[in-house]
Design a protein around this ligand. Structure first.
Ligand SMILES: [Zn+2]
Length: 224
């Protein structure tokens, strides 16, 4: 927490694609999620750099990602790479070199939001991205691209999952403004009325009025 700079990339590339299944391609989904995470990091005021590589071989992709990350100042930097898993499982996991607590937190947050299996934090000291970036790094395996159910959830909840990732990493909530579907009805006097009860028996109405007055809420009784 408290990172001054967060780099984010979507793994693989069109010419060096990762996993694929049922028409879904890992590099495409990794980039979609990455775009949402980058946009939301910026919206909470965190300096963010996109370190995605479009190089044409797997090793060139990894080398370019690390080079872009390491071109940035090392202090208080976090490097994030976004991937999708494959191989017949389900759920999310977050791979780390040394950031075990953060990795677990991010995995928890994604699983909470998506409702799929939380595979948790996994130490992977040999992974190129994790051991060749000069700052703290995590690699997020958001879900399984070959799980139809995971992908159905991902397609439906990608925004919320990106928000959950950003909150877990930064501690900051992303404010999503939703349009109010039904603004409160304005009466002719231009007043918004708040109704607390409707009673057939006037004495019950008066009883509630008394209780509200005790709480310091001004009330009046109307009859329709
Ligand atoms: Zn991958």
């Amino acid at each position: 927490m408290g990172y001054k700079l967060i780099t984010v990339n979507g793994g693989h590339s069109e010419k060096a694609p990762g996993a694929g299944a049922n028409g879904y391609k890992e590099h495409e989904y990794a980039r979609m999620i990455k775009d949402k995470v980058v946009a939301r990091l910026k919206s909470v005021g965190v300096k963010t750099i996109d370190t995605t590589s479009n190089a044409s071989t797997p090793s060139a992709v990894l080398a370019e990602q690390a080079k872009k990350c390491n071109a940035q100042p090392k202090g208080d930097r976090l490097d994030v790479s976004i991937h999708l898993n494959s191989g017949g499982g389900t759920g999310c996991e977050v791979l780390y070199y040394s950031e075990k607590t953060l990795a677990a937190k991010v995995s928890d947050a994604i699983a909470d939001e998506a409702g799929w299996k939380n595979r948790g934090a996994k130490e992977r000291k040999e992974l190129y991205f994790l051991c060749n970036t000069s700052a703290s790094a995590i690699l997020i395996e958001v879900c399984f691209i070959d799980s139809k159910n995971d992908m159905k959830i991902l397609n439906a909840k990608m925004n919320d999952i990106a928000i959950a990732i950003v909150k877990a990493i930064t501690g900051k909530s992303v404010h999503v403004s939703k349009p109010d579907p039904k603004p409160p009805k304005k009466d002719e006097d231009g007043l918004y009325k708040v109704q607390t009860g409707a009673f057939k028996d006037k004495s019950n109405a008066e009883k509630l009025t008394k209780e509200l007055k005790k709480k310091g809420i001004s009330t009046f009784i109307t009859k329709e």
